[in-house]
Structure formats: C-alpha cells, structure tokens
Ligand binder design. Structure first.
Ligand code: 0WE
Length: 258
C-alpha cells in the first residue's frame, strides 16, 4: 500500500479548489504525509486567507508565503522547514506564469520581458527550489513538477509556455542526474488539459477539452485527483526506481497520431 506517513511534503501552487496542486495535496494527505503549503502572497492578503481556508482540513503544519521571484521568501521558506521539520522528503512544484498576451497570437511576437518572465517563474523556479531543498533531503527525496504536452509539440497559443515547459522537462533530467547520488528522484507529470484558474483564463480551452474527449483513448479528460494519485505514487517508495521521467497522465491522448 501507498504510505507516506512520517514524510514531510512541501506543496507549492495552490490557488483555489480547482488547482492541480490542491488535488495533489489532498492525495498526499490521504496517504499520511505531513504537509507544508506555500501560497503566492498579494498586497491585500486575499490569497493567504483563501488558501488558508481551503487547506485547513489537511492540517498543514506549515503555511508560508513563497513568491519564487523573491529570493528572501524562498530562503525563509526553507529555513522554516529546516527549523520546524529538520528534514524534507517531498517537493511538489506546480508553478507557472506567462503574460496573457503571450498566450495568443504569434510566438515570434513574444517580448524579451515576457519570455524572461515566463521562464523565470515557470522553469528557473524548479532548479531554484530544488537547490534549496537539496541540503534538507538528507534521507533521499522526491521532487515532482507539472508539465504539459505543449513542451514537446506545437500546441496553438501555448507559445512561450511551451518553450518554458521544454526547458522544465530538460531541467528534470539535469536535476535527476545531479541529485540521484543523494537518492533524490526528480520527475514530471504531464497532465492533460483540466479546467483550472490558469487554463480558464485561456481562450479556447473548452474546445481543447472537447477535442481530448473525442480523441483520447479513455474518451475523457483527467481529474486533479488522478494527477494527485500519480504524484502520491511518485512520492512513495513504490516509485523508488523512477527518476528523470515525464509521466503522462492524460487519458492516453499523447500516444495518438490522429
Ligand atoms: O500550463 C498551463 C497554464 C499556463 C498559464 C496560463 C495562464 C493564463 C492566465 C500560464 N500563465 C497564465 N497567465 C495568465 O495570465 N496549461 C497547461 C493550461 C493551458 O494553458 C494554455 C493551454 C492550456 C492547456 C494556453 C494556451 C493554449 C492551451
């Protein structure tokens, strides 16, 4: 049986009850993990309140602000983990951002600033958080990130995010090679399209979901819970031989040619 009791897991990227990170946090909790949750702080503290209320039933023992564009917040997050937990076992990276303007029209029109922003938040942050987690994963560990097929294929409008995800998947391989000797595994889950806060802001997402429902072998999309179950598996000792991989949780869509 899948058992994460005694394991300390940090989950990033929960924005609301549709977040894939929320599906992951729920499944890690169900498997018995001790949770730390980070949120993206805003000026009015609205996000802090909203995420705190949402995660309360999971009894997180840490609840911390962490904007990956802010080095002090990252440092303070991992200092708190060291002081309060002593050790980290599981790091869940569910962070991405691009300017909305850069998720439509021509990729060749992406600005330098928009390109840098998307890769800083969506790609560099995995290396950054993994580097901070490394000294705390003293008994090995599991690092999991979320990616999307648009990192491997040209998907209309995904544009700069596709480049960011290609870099993210390469980062998974380099991090797996670096951290493997310390028994830290690094993998990505490539989720099929799901209606979330991020995807709902994208024009045409419902048409994409409809297309997946016609074409995917399972004739449906996947749920946050299914992604969460896969993350729980990859976090557990059941996946002790798996590192550097991109695992598709997409109802089979990726294998199809037509
Ligand atoms: O990775 C993603 C979402 C990425 C994303 C979405 C937004 C919308 C709102 C990153 N940044 C922003 N910034 C915003 O201001 N997905 C896999 C979901 C997604 O996003 C798409 C998709 C799919 C699927 C964008 C274009 C086309 C398809």
């Amino acid at each position: 049986m899948l058992n994460l009791s005694g394991k300390n897991a940090l989950v990033t990227g929960i924005a609301n009850n549709r977040s894939i990170a929320w599906g992951i946090a729920q499944q890690l909790h169900k498997a018995g993990a001790n949770l730390g949750i980070t949120y993206l702080p805003d000026e009015r503290g609205k996000m802090e309140k909203k995420v705190a209320e949402l995660v309360e039933p999971l009894n997180p023992s840490l609840f911390l602000p962490c904007n990956v564009q802010n080095d002090e917040q990252i440092q303070s997050t991992f200092e708190t983990i060291r002081d309060q937990w002593g050790r980290l076992d599981i790091l869940i990276h569910c962070l991405a951002f691009a300017n909305k303007d850069d998720l439509s029209g021509g990729f060749s029109q992406t600005s330098r600033a928009g390109f840098n922003l998307a890769l800083e938040v969506s790609t560099y942050s995995l290396a950054q958080l993994s580097g901070a987690a490394k000294p705390l994963m003293t008994e090995g560990g599991s690092i999991i990130t979320l990616t999307y097929l648009g990192g491997v294929r040209a998907i209309p409008n995904y544009n700069v995010m596709g480049v960011a995800k290609a870099g993210l998947e390469a980062s998974v391989r380099y991090l797996a090679a670096e951290l493997g000797p310390q028994n830290i595994r690094v993998n990505a889950i490539s989720a099929g399209p799901i209606r979330t806060l991020a995807s709902s802001a994208v024009g045409g997402i419902l048409d994409m979901i409809h297309h997946v429902e016609q074409v995917a072998p399972l004739r449906r999309t996947v749920t946050q819970q299914e992604v969460g179950n896969t993350a729980a598996f990859l976090s557990s000792d059941l996946a002790s031989g798996i590192t550097g991989q991109v695992l598709y949780v997409d109802a089979g869509y990726e294998i199809m040619g037509m």
